[in-house]
Ligand binder design. Structure first.
Ligand code: ZN
Length: 261
């Protein structure tokens, strides 16, 4: 009656099985884009010396991929690191059963890597100010091109089709019912309850405002509605640095990391 099934495991077999199951627990949730990257250059040393801050390792290189006119999106990057992971915000997860989900349309898309924290941010704001609204998420080349042409080819208003952070699926324009859900400079989003809440709290959920006062990055003015996601760890470091008087923006912090193409 002592067949192989009923034999007690040898110590070696036991360790093999334990190691295999630990491996699968530790790695089962790892995303195909998971490739930790370390900060790399002189800017990192300056930040360390002047602000006594070590930049963290970042789990997903897409969080630190600069997207601007000097570092445009290339179709291969979008095809490999963005498009396969796009998901519909309104019909996924929490919002599937929320008829009045605070998002602009059925077709609004986001990268899967940000869905959890985007939902947490909306919930966080909603619990104190109910007006939060997501106006815009992922935009492909053609959607951006349409918006750019509508702006009269004005890159200070609408980024060039291959230079918009919206192309990474991790970037969103927020607005508020307080200003009838519009997104433009005249609406003074930064003075609304939602705008004030976002400027104070977005970093806690991994989001930072990209275009800030006086930086004129790619010719843009302050855009208090436009936030990009860099993960909670790096956003927290970014917030600390700004508190300590560092004057860089999100592009400056992304420059501290190796760039994927
Ligand atoms: Zn935007």
């Amino acid at each position: 009656m002592n067949g192989p099934e009923t034999q007690p495991l040898t110590r070696r077999q036991f360790l093999q099985i334990a190691a295999a199951s630990l491996f699968s627990i530790a790695f089962k949730d790892i995303h195909p884009l998971y490739t930790p990257v370390l900060p790399i250059n002189d800017a990192v040393k300056r930040i360390k010396n002047h602000f006594d801050t070590e930049l963290p390792m970042v789990d997903y290189p897409i969080f630190v991929r600069i997207i601007d006119e000097t570092h445009p999106l290339i179709p291969e990057f979008v095809d490999r690191s963005v498009k396969p992971y796009l998901t519909n915000i309104k019909t996924e997860g929490k919002f599937r059963t929320t008829p009045n989900a605070p998002v602009n349309s059925e077709s609004l898309q986001a990268h899967r890597l940000v869905l959890g924290d985007l939902t947490a941010l909306i919930d966080g704001c909603w619990s104190v100010h109910r007006g939060i609204y997501v106006k815009s998420g992922y935009r492909d080349f053609w959607m951006q091109n349409l918006a750019y042409e509508k702006s009269g080819n004005n890159h200070a208003l609408i980024a060039l089709p291959n230079a918009t952070q919206h192309g990474n699926g991790l970037t969103f324009d927020f607005t508020s019912t307080e200003i009838h859900k519009v997104v433009n400079t005249n609406a003074k989003f930064e003075q609304t309850q939602v705008g004030l809440w976002l400027s104070k709290n977005a970093w806690k959920y991994g989001f930072v405002q990209s275009y800030i006062d006086d930086h004129h990055h790619d010719g843009k003015e302050n855009e208090p509605w436009h936030f990009t996601y860099i993960g909670r760890t790096l956003a927290s470091t970014y917030h600390d640095l700004r508190q300590k008087g560092w004057e860089g923006d999100v592009f400056d912090i992304q420059k501290c990391y190796p760039q994927i193409t």
